[in-house]
Design a protein around this ligand. Sequence first.
Ligand code: GDP
Length: 450
Amino acid sequence: MVLADLGRKLTTALRSLGNSPVINEDVLKKCLKDVQSALLEADVNIKLVKQLTDGVKKQIDLDNIGTGLNKRRVIQTAVYKELCRICDPGVKPWKPTKGRSSVIMFVGLQGSGKTTSCIKLAYHYQKKGWKCAVVCADTFRAGAYDQVKQNCTKARIPFYGSLTEPDPAVIAYDGVETFKKEKFDIIIVDTSGRHKQEDSLFEEMLQVNNAVEPDNIIFVMDASIGQACESQAKAFKDQVDVGSVIITKLDSHAKGGGALSAIAATQSPIVFIGTGEHIDELEPFETTKFIRKLLNMGDIEGLIDKVNQLKLEDNEDLKKNLQKGRFTLRDMYEQFQNILKMGPFNQIMGMIPGFNDFMNKGHEQESTNRLRKLMCIMDSMSEDELDSPDGHKLFKNNDDGSRRLRRVARGSGSSPKEVFELIDQYQKFAQMVKKMGGMGLFKNGDLSKN
Ligand code: GDP
């Protein structure tokens, strides 16, 4: 999960409220202090951190909000809302329109991940059925054309570029015109970057901008430079009409909070985040979902979308079970199989409440190995255990339950604690499915957001 450290520290700070018998000024102060240091360690701008804690305090009147659980929830919600405020510049993101060609131009410094993100974005839309193409108007960096050619060819994305034409504006114009004639929905133009902002970069960017008249300009911001993102974003915004932002390398940088907090100053919404070097490691960004995931509150809507993509039509039994709000250990096993096929794995597990901590202790490979281990544990279960509508009850804390736990642990070469953890997570998942079934979220056998 991106910003896993920050997420863990914030969750711990908020959880500490649950450990206090009474919640008074001192407890609140200590919790907010922990929240503050977690944010500062993630390089969130100090002014915004102060604003956040002031905002939380303003929302909370400890004397007038009842007791215990209620107070806790009010504080947690206030932190959640203030975190959302930090990442949300309050501007609606641009969206492409079906039936007309939209041109998206990418800008940013060299090395920020511009070219990689262009291709990731084309791939993202292509998977959703849009006709996409990429134009390589980067004539500055040797190898840019080959990078686009190679990656687009692999992903079957049409591309345009030239090794002989020296003027990027001419290449951009010709590329866009070619694809417009061929009625492409989304034409993505990659432009040159430089190591630092300089006049020649901005001059060239303006020429390409004038040549292609983009519908949206995406500024690519590298999370690893932390708070420096803010001045960079402002410099680009002063030159061209930046409409949206993609933050890259959030996977590899604990200090990604700096990039997130720079957003407030850009007045352009983050539309995607880069979570790895691979073509499908680009996540649509929605502030509330992101913060919910960060605070380990889960992302049910995102999960529904993902499960929709699993082509449930192929699995009549699961469809029927979900409609009834029923979810067995075998269903979970089969979903894990699907997830392994589907990837990228961390994105999906992060959507399940409670699974953030459990699954994302390391990187992709580690998480995948962990999933295989869970499946290996389930391989040691009996048919009855796998198919019981309440599998967790069979592993209850009594003689029979402990015997089962030990048997499965022995059979799978794991510890009883690991089996217990699996059962515990299964129980949470099954309860969620029950709730979703009860809410009618699985209508007509499909998962629908209603
Ligand atoms: P450009 O000069 O801005 O076009 O940058 P590139 O697209 O060539 O990317 C520079 C480096 O960053 C490459 O090694 C990419 O693989 C890497 N990169 C890009 N996006 C991400 C990301 O989201 N996560 C990680 N870990 N690496 C990325």
